[in-house]
Design a protein around this ligand. Structure first.
Ligand code: ATP
Length: 298
């Protein structure tokens, strides 16, 4: 998350994320699934322009990056259905401030792709409002509010690579993360997170993220690639033909490893060098998917 002061407010860059590991441990009584996941932000950003409104009004405009097929303005909800509005209203209510906010959101992160764009926007809004309204809330307090907004929101408040447990809201930073290039593919059709979880059978013998985190810690990128894992991939495969198609495509591209991110349909491969990632991206773009070449953020 990058915050920058402007003449009349704050600009904040909200990154997308990739799940390098995701295991589903079981279904909870509250309806959520118990998971363990390793998440890392990547260099693909939405931008929020946050200005205080002394009149107390809360307003949001959404613009989408021109020429990007994967992000359509009509797919982004406005008003209270947008996580940005929910975040700013929640913080205003809990903090008791009277100021409002004018927020311009520039979307580049594809929607419903498992890239966490909405959650990242919500986290960015909390961080920007905390600054703009001079609240001085510590990170732990913002994290609690973030968890009320969504399971994926707290990991973006923490920033950097993290391991998340519970329904995803218990966040622990990962110290060391090797530099890497990722090629991210976004098929034209997305999947609903709820539908993918519903179709997923929790693991009888769950995988642990320990080996992947140790590989990341010693900078062993080849092992990180080998150890990518997403339990939801099997259920997403039943719901979208794109997952199997992309798995087959990435297998031909010489990457260190590949997997679906979150609940799909976004899919990614890991590369050591930028030139190999760009070459793979050129080959993939003829498959009818939108392709991004990004670095993971430490
Ligand atoms: P998840 O966090 O469930 O993995 P995702 O990464 O697959 O989600 P998002 O782009 O976050 O997908 O969007 C999921 C849904 O959230 C969208 O279909 C949209 O209706 C809603 N939404 C609310 N606020 C936003 C926002 N600011 N940007 C994008 N989508 C939003």
């Amino acid at each position: 998350m990058m915050l920058r002061r402007t003449a009349d407010g704050w600009d904040i860059y909200a990154p997308a994320k990739l799940n390098f590991f995701l295991e589903v441990l079981g279904k909870r009584e509250d309806g959520y699934h118990e998971i363990v996941t390793v998440v890392c932000p990547i260099g693909l950003y939405d931008c929020l322009r946050f200005r205080t409104d002394p009149g107390g009004h809360i307003g949001l405009t959404v613009r989408c990056a021109a020429g990007w097929k994967a992000v359509q303005a009509t797919d982004v909800p406005l008003g209270r259905d947008n996580l940005v509005v929910r975040a700013v209203e929640l913080l205003r209510q809990r903090s008791g401030v009277r100021s409002g906010a004018r927020i311009d959101l520039y979307k580049r992160i594809p929607i419903a792709a498992g890239l966490g764009g909405g959650s990242s926007d919500a986290a960015a809004t909390l961080l920007a409002a905390n600054k703009a309204w001079a609240l001085g809330w510590p990170q732990e307090k913002l994290m609690e509010l973030a968890a009320e907004l969504g399971s994926d929101v707290p990991c973006f408040i923490a920033g950097g690579p993290v391991v998340c447990r519970g329904r995803g809201e218990q966040v622990e930073p990962i110290g060391r993360w090797p530099p890497m290039w990722c090629v991210v593919a976004k098929p034209p059709a997305g999947l609903s997170t709820a539908a993918v979880y519903q179709a997923c059978r929790p693991a009888d013998v769950p995988n642990s993220p320990k080996a992947l985190m140790e590989a990341a810690g010693r900078g062993d990128l080849a092992a990180v690639g080998r150890l990518l894992w997403n339990r939801l991939q099997e259920s997403a495969m039943k719901l979208s033909p794109w997952i199997e198609r992309l798995s087959a495509c990435f297998s031909q591209l010489g990457c260190l490893g590949h997997a679906m991110t979150g609940s799909g349909t976004g899919y990614f491969g890991v590369f050591r060098h930028a030139r190999n990632a760009r070459f793979a991206a050129r080959r993939l773009s003829s498959c009818g998917v939108e392709v991004f070449v990004v670095q993971s953020c430490r």
